[in-house]
Write a protein that binds this ligand. Structure first.
Ligand SMILES: [Zn+2]
Length: 61
């Protein structure tokens, strides 16, 4: 369904997506590459660092 999503590190399409909803109501997608094990977050098409998302979760807690 999401065949447009590719790993930004290795360029492969074998990316696992897990949709999550943050406490502030925003929807984010956790992406993990099967091939090179890169991990990142995507919010409205915008890539987020893992650290940035932890900050959001901590602030909302
Ligand atoms: Zn990759």
């Amino acid at each position: 369904m999401n065949d447009g999503l590719r790993c930004t590190t290795c360029g492969q399409g074998s990316v696992i997506e897990i949709e999550l909803k943050l406490p502030d109501g925003s929807q984010v997608v956790f992406c993990s590459c099967h091939r090179c094990e890169s991990k990142w977050w995507d919010r409205n098409g915008e890539h987020l660092d893992l650290d940035a998302l932890v900050d959001v979760a901590r602030r909302e807690a």
